[in-house]
Design a protein around this ligand. Structure first.
Ligand code: APR
Length: 253
């Protein structure tokens, strides 16, 4: 497979579905740190001690405090021009054509979304929801009561069975949400746009291969491109690259 080339300035998506996969890099400009690399959340902390079902079983209070701290950062954050550009593209071309799939659990797309025109698929869940730790069918506690508190009250249990509540996020070793739908959409896409993800966590990392096998043109937006089965790369931050890219795709530039 040839190495990706820079995206030509006048390139526009062919007719057909556009699949956007975003990762932590999309929210970096909103002040939410990424996971990997220098200064990343997983530097100096072990993911397997904080983001696995076992970690929760062994020390639920430690896991709760870790997510409380992340939630405090998220509740203080606002969407950046990268989020806004992707929402604009979806609003213009329709949510039947533009699929916004995110690994992020910060809910930042929702803050700026127009619910009549936008929809995001959160494959790793959301920090802004809690759910029963013992039974997936018990109702999610939603939405988060507001920015006034970032901390989960440990004394409030599941409304159905009283068990502990856990963040409604997907931990290592768990199956992402909506995974069949996401695979289907990736395979059917004609344009696959990856934004701000290191491409090391599966199954998200394998979606570009599915899309390429299905015939999509695959583009990566990342200041430090992770590589993989991409045709084209935009080696720039999402918040600076996406507004211009979307303008051009919409014929506004
Ligand atoms: N714009 C675009 N990309 C950026 C920016 C930016 N401003 N800043 C950093 N990046 C890129 C980095 O170069 C890196 O490739 O974002 C990527 C972030 O990678 P990770 O920290 O690994 O985040 P992500 O790929 O979303 O992680 C996947 O791992 O632990 C988990 O569940 C968590 O959903 C997460 C998953």
């Amino acid at each position: 497979m040839d190495a990706p080339s820079p995206l030509p300035a006048n390139w526009r998506p062919p007719p057909g579905p556009v699949f956007v996969l975003s990762g932590a890099g999309l929210s970096a400009a909103s002040g939410i740190g990424t996971f990997r690399g220098p200064g990343g959340l997983w530097e100096g902390q072990r993911a397997d001690e904080l983001a696995t079902p076992r970690a929760f079983r062994d020390d639920p209070d430690r896991v709760r405090r870790f997510y409380d701290a992340r939630r405090a950062v998220v509740l203080a954050a606002t969407p950046n021009p990268g989020h806004l550009a992707l929402l604009r593209l979806q609003a213009a071309w329709g949510r039947e054509r533009v699929h916004l799939v995110t690994q992020n659990v910060d809910g930042l797309f929702d803050v700026a979304a127009d619910p009549t025109r936008n929809r995001t698929i959160e494959m790793h869940g959301s920090l802004l929801r809690l759910r029963c730790a013992s039974d997936e069918d018990h109702p999610v506690v939603s939405p988060w009561p507001g920015a006034a508190t970032a901390e989960q009250d440990p004394d409030v249990g599941c409304a159905v069975c009283g068990a502990r509540l856990r963040p409604d996020v997907v931990w290592f070793g768990e199956v992402p949400d909506h995974v069949l739908l996401i695979h289907r959409l990736a395979i059917a896409s004609r344009t696959f746009l990856s934004v701000g993800t290191s491409g090391v966590v599966y199954p998200a990392a394998g979606l570009v291969d599915k899309a390429r096998q299905g015939g999509a043109v695959c583009i990566e937006v990342n200041p430090e491109p992770a590589g993989g089965a991409f045709h084209y790369v935009v080696a720039a931050p999402a918040e600076t690259a996406l507004p211009g890219l979307v303008d051009q795709w919409l014929g506004a530039a």
